[in-house]
Write a protein of this length. Structure first.
Length: 193
């Protein structure tokens, strides 16, 4: 076997040997995820493009086994994390987006169904052979938000610009009142004019 993350085999084969796969890879190894990130970053000016974003690590672990005592229902659980480059949809600036998934999956064919395993999510396999990498990649893609944004307001430049704009508008609003106030004070001093 070469790399168990990329090797094709059946879920039952992985479960029968209770395969444990440690994930220590790069975004560039996950082609679909890489394309999605690249399409998002294409909106940036070239000078704002994050450097070496494809080299960002994908880390985690997958543990295969059976969910039932009869050893007929393959399952996988584990964890995968990645920090990906993204574009904030508020301020349109690049930032680092933390993705984290903790799968607890039953690996079933499209025509299979089971009851009584509520702690697991069913993962339908289109064909008998699978690559564990494809599961990790799809889970990370599903973990990406529809509209990526900075986690905190303090990090987002849109709120800085909004504050500056509000301050500028406050100055504009205050100026006419200040002039009116000065004119009223002048009229109080000189009531005959």
């Amino acid at each position: 076997m070469g790399n168990p993350l990329r090797d094709r085999c059946t879920a039952a084969e992985l479960a029968s040997v209770e395969q444990v796969i440690e994930i220590a890879d790069k975004i560039s190894s996950f082609e679909s995820l890489e394309r999605i990130i690249e399409a998002d970053l294409a909106a940036l000016d070239p000078d704002k493009m994050p450097l070496k974003w494809r080299e960002s690590a994908v880390l985690g672990i997958l543990e295969f086994g059976f969910a039932d005592v009869d050893r007929r229902i393959p399952r996988v659980s584990g964890r995968a994390t990645a920090v990906v480059a993204a574009v904030c949809q508020r301020c349109l600036e690049p930032f680092q987006l933390q993705l984290e998934v903790e799968p607890k999956l039953l690996l079933l064919g499209t025509d299979e169904a089971v009851d009584g395993f509520d702690e697991f999510e069913v993962w339908e396999l289109d064909e008998p052979d699978m690559r564990p990498q494809d599961i990790v990649e799809e889970l990370l893609i599903m973990a990406m938000p529809f509209s990526a944004m900075h986690d905190t307001i303090a990090d987002c430049k849109a709120f800085e610009l909004a504050e500056l704009s509000a301050e500028a508008n406050d100055e504009k609003v205050l100026r006419p009142f200040a002039s009116l106030r000065m004119q009223m004070k002048q009229n109080e001093k000189d009531p005959d004019e």
